[in-house]
Design a protein around this ligand. Structure first.
Ligand code: HH2
Length: 284
């Protein structure tokens, strides 16, 4: 069996490596799926980020706009107000890789100035036509995720004949666009976008077909943490959600995923360690 692939992460670089990486989710939003409204101010959010680093996060992903199905868009000024001080605070206190979960070029630019290394765009640069150029100019890496549309429309837009091939083709096109914009090849990761305009059957087809997404030759990020596809099976209690997340994370790593985006960093770290031990080609 192949070893789980990971990434090497310097500013703007997401290169394949032997060890998978854990990305901790830091939502600085009042209305996210499972952890909205946790922080009274930027200092509290920075403390939570540092706690994730202590638990073994390789990347902290700061998001100021919920992408929950049906979520309301956040005005630019408000997103900047939520995100930039937190990115700056983490950068001042830690060398952890910081990513910013945004679809707005202006937020990407400001976050990069504040010290972010990666832009995690759930629209792969399709919501804001200036996004990929902004990332190239700032020298940050990008995570390109598949979604069939904006949160208020994505469930309505989702119609697939062959979800794995359609998502693969979309991501392949977005990798090409990122390269054309001048983003370095080793600064690009891809993500099939679990739960974004996908029903359970589509989500599980993508999980089983992850090697096809990996055949694009870029690190694959998987974000299933506490999502509807987990809730539907194990219920809504937070520990059950995190156990379900770990189970799917292990399958994703066996399928070649390089980055797990999780709320529970300690569980994500254990999942990566167990999979590295189980999937390693090195005889012991
Ligand atoms: N999922 C969410 C947000 N950002 N980014 C990537 N690359 N992949 C994902 O699967 C992904 C993502 C949604 O999850 P969450 O952050 O828990 O909720 P919300 O968007 O409501 O803040």
């Amino acid at each position: 069996m192949p070893a789980a692939r990971g990434l090497r992460h310097r500013r703007g670089v997401l290169a394949l490596d032997e060890r998978a990486a854990v990305m901790g989710v830091l939502n600085v939003t009042p209305d996210s799926f499972s952890d909205g409204g946790r922080f009274a101010d930027a200092d509290e959010a920075v403390e939570a980020a540092l706690a994730m680093v202590a638990e073994g996060a390789d990347i902290v992903d700061v998001g100021g706009e919920s992408t929950r199905p049906g979520a309301a868009p956040v005005p630019l000024e408000e997103e900047l107000r939520r995100v930039v001080p937190v990115v700056r605070g983490i950068r001042a206190a830690s060398e952890v890789v910081v990513s910013v979960d945004t679809s707005k070029a202006a937020v990407a630019r400001a976050a990069a100035e504040a010290g972010a290394d990666i832009v995690n765009d759930v629209s792969a640069g399709t919501f804001d036509p200036a996004m990929l150029d902004a990332c190239a100019a700032a020298g940050v890496g990008v995570v390109l995720m598949h979604t069939p549309g904006r949160p208020d429309a994505m469930d309505r837009l989702a119609r697939y004949e062959d979800v794995v091939e359609e998502v693969r083709a979309f991501l392949g096109g977005r990798v090409e666009a990122a390269l054309r914009a001048g983003i370095a090849a080793d600064g690009i990761a891809v993500d099939p976008g679990f739960g974004f305009g996908k029903d359970p059957a589509a989500n599980y087809a993508l999980l089983r077909g992850l090697d096809r997404i990996g055949s694009l030759g870029r690190p694959v990020l998987v974000g299933v943490s506490r999502k509807r596809m987990i809730r539907a099976v194990v219920g809504t209690e937070v520990h059950a959600l995190d156990h379900g997340t770990t189970a799917i994370g292990a399958l994703a790593l066996a399928g070649g995923a390089s980055i797990l985006r999780v709320h529970d960093v300690a569980a994500g770290r254990a999942c990566v360690a167990m999979c590295a031990a189980a999937l390693s080609t090195t005889p012991r």
